[in-house]
Design a protein around this ligand. Structure first.
Ligand SMILES: C[S@@+](CC[C@H](N)C(=O)[O-])C[C@H]1O[C@@H](n2cnc3c(N)ncnc32)[C@H](O)[C@@H]1O
Length: 187
């Protein structure tokens, strides 16, 4: 495992996503997380991935084809706030978010606190018991700190009787390393 935010998130997901599972990638970007989830769910599973940029869909489509994973994914050009239209409550094993801008894309298009928080709320409703959300929060630079601060405040307020929230950051690394946040739904 790489000792970075994404590596920690992937290890967390690998321990929880079953073969044949149903997962959602709320921010498909270049498709790395979508591909990773497709591998975890295997040929009988399914991944539904969202992004608002055509460029993200094209990149993800190409990556999945290259890896022979395209049939396991449904790629949707719409906001992650629509995810409750695509899966029934209590049916999803894991939802992934990578908040920030498209790597190598337009830095002016990035996720925003209001829609990100709305999407997490919908993700919680879709999770099975024992299911999880894994989110990487990119902050600083062109993205700023507004979304990070709003997300951390929101996560602190999630009902502890129904969900466990864990936040991991790199306290002694320079700059603004991304933050990993995990939400586990109680069984
Ligand atoms: C940090 S990138 C995701 C990186 C991705 N996980 C990967 O493997 O490349 C964040 C993505 O969120 C997308 N995004 C921004 N607002 C969104 C929204 N409301 N719904 C879905 N995706 C959104 C951006 O277009 C961008 O591609």
């Amino acid at each position: 495992m790489k000792l970075n935010t994404l590596g920690i998130a992937h290890q967390f997901l690998a321990a929880r996503v079953p073969e044949g599972g149903l997962c959602i990638d709320g921010t498909m970007g270049r498709g790395k997380d979508t591909a990773f989830l497709c591998q975890l769910v295997g040929p009988e599973g399914k991944v539904i991935a969202f992004d608002i940029q055509e460029e993200a869909l094209a990149s993800t489509d190409a990556l999945l084809r290259e890896k022979g994973l395209r049939e396991r994914a449904e790629l949707r050009l719409e906001s992650h706030t629509e995810m409750d239209q695509c899966a029934a409550p209590g049916t999803v094993d894991a939802v992934v978010f990578n908040f920030g801008y498209l790597p190598g894309g337009d830095h002016k298009i990035f996720t925003h606190p209001d829609t990100s928080i709305q999407a997490i709320g919908k993700a919680l409703g879709l999770l099975k018991e024992g299911g999880c959300v894994a989110a990487c929060i990119y902050h600083g630079g062109d993205t700023g700190y507004e979304e990070r601060d709003a997300l951390l405040e929101y996560l602190s307020g999630i009902d502890p009787k129904r969900y466990t929230v864990i936040v991991a950051d790199f306290r002694n690394r320079p700059g603004d390393p991304p933050i990993a946040a995990f939400i586990l739904k109680a069984v």
